[in-house]
Design a protein around this ligand. Structure first.
Ligand code: GDP
Length: 425
């Protein structure tokens, strides 16, 4: 049985947020498909393997109902673990929504390319601000009649008061939408006209028709990043072109620093495509890994003493620290029965051990621990800080309660849910 010690720098705990009908489900399904294909089967171009996987999935149905689904995405040939936390669809500030927001480190906001920023998009945006969640945007449905990428970008400014970093420009529009210009790499990413699920894209030179716009928007991107990042500002003032790595690192820094605190603007990289027509999702996955925080970027989670709620206790995302974990969702699995979804903030959680539920003041025995994937579940022996898994067999614990080391008790969730402190390197 796997006893996973993940390299935390290669973990992303993310949520996907959207106004209803913007394409959250479709985008999530495509993410699970692409990550499943690339990780389990290896070759995206291997048509037969892809079909097998799809046939299997069609029979069973892709599980996206899990409170946290783990998938893997290779970026520059390095495997990354992405835990997708299901943020409930309803928009009111319910405890359940707030709790799911609390356990994620970053988010993808999906917009409908025709409707743009809708009322519920504003609501989820404000919620993400409240929890200090850095985010990237995906303007979806660019294949639809009436879709306009730039109008949506303008709405991100006008309605959300955010600073969008336009990362891509669409190539073609509506039914003729073919792909995007990548403004960091200054390349075109083009999908074939009838893109099947699982198909890769071609990296091409920027089409002549888009060269001028690409130069203009690249200039705007550099300027916007420089305005928010000192290192980039220095290069900018010296008239130096940043390298690809420098630019990506600066975009990551400004995204992570954008935690929606009052009086600040949220700087957010914006991508586009059509999830339904399978264009744009693979670069979006690259962006999740590139620009959204890892658990290590969250310097510490704040909790408080069991007896004195005024006494703040901080826990760093490290296995050297005592165990502190938050139960955020209880679900009923058709095969396993009751499952408690837990985010481990510090220390290690081990199957078969006793831990303290510090809210109830009761000992709990940790049963089996599972990592939930789209098409299977994997039993693991223990799990470390920064990770999100499901635990079987918890009898006393309800959502919002802390599981911790009995010798170092802490309560993580207070009524105000303080935002985590994001470290900006
Ligand atoms: P959710 O409510 O945000 O989860 O939205 P869904 O993913 O269920 O999508 C709502 C509707 O829009 C469904 O009928 C999808 O097939 C459709 N849809 C999603 N993405 C796209 C897209 O990129 N293009 C088009 N034309 N339709 C889409």
């Amino acid at each position: 049985m796997a006893t996973t010690s993940l390299d935390l720098a290669k973990v992303r705990n993310i949520g996907i947020m959207a106004h209803i009908d913007a394409g959250k489900t479709t985008t999530t399904e495509r993410i699970l498909f692409y990550t499943g294909v690339s990780y389990k089967i290896g070759e995206v171009h291997d048509g037969a393997a892809t079909m097998d996987w799809m046939a299997q999935e069609q029979e069973r149905g892709i599980t996206i109902t899990s409170a946290a689904t783990t998938c893997h995405w290779p970026l520059d040939d390095i495997d990354h673990t992405i835990n997708i936390i299901d943020t409930p669809g309803h928009v009111d500030f319910t405890v359940e929504v707030e709790r799911s927001l609390r356990v994620l480190d970053g988010a993808v906001t999906v917009f409908d390319g025709v409707a743009g920023v809708e009322p519920q998009s504003e609501t989820v945006w404000r919620q993400a601000d409240r929890y200090g969640v850095p985010r990237i945007c995906f303007v979806n449905k660019l294949d639809r009649t009436g879709a306009e990428f730039h109008r949506c970008v303008d709405m991100i400014v006008d309605r959300l008061g955010a600073t969008p970093l336009v990362m891509q420009l669409p190539i073609g529009a509506e039914s003729d939408f073919k792909g995007v210009v990548d403004l960091v790499r200054m390349k075109g990413l083009v999908w074939s006209a009838e893109t099947a699920l699982g198909e890769a894209y071609d990296v091409v030179d920027i089409p002549d028709t888009h060269k001028e716009a690409a130069e203009e928007y690249r200039g705007k991107l550099l300027e916007a990043v420089a305005e928010n990042d000192e290192e980039m500002m220095e290069l900018y003032l010296e008239g130096q072109e940043p390298t690809e790595e420098q630019l990506m690192a600066a975009i990551r820094r400004v995204t992570l620093a954008s935690t929606g605190a009052e009086g600040t603007t949220t700087v957010t990289p914006v991508f586009c495509g059509t999830a339904f027509k399978n264009k744009g999702v693979q670069p979006l996955l690259d962006a999740v890994v590139r620009y959204l925080p890892s658990p290590l970027d969250v310097e510490a989670i704040e909790g408080h003493d069991v007896k004195d709620s005024e006494q703040v206790i901080k826990r760093r995302p490290s296995e050297e620290e005592p165990l502190a974990a938050l139960a955020f969702k209880i679900a009923s699995d058709p095969h396993l029965g009751k499952l408690t979804f837990v985010r481990v903030y510090s220390g290690r959680l081990e199957a078969g051990t006793q831990v303290l539920n510090s809210v109830k003041g009761k000992k709990e025995r940790i049963g089996k621990i599972y990592r939930m994937h789209a098409n299977k579940r994997e039993e693991i022996g223990s799990v470390g800080a920064g990770d999100i898994i499901a635990v079987m067999g918890l009898k006393q614990t309800t959502t919002g309660e802390t599981l911790c080391d009995a010798s170092s008790p802490v309560i993580l969730e207070s009524m105000e849910f303080p935002a985590p402190v994001i470290q900006v390197a």
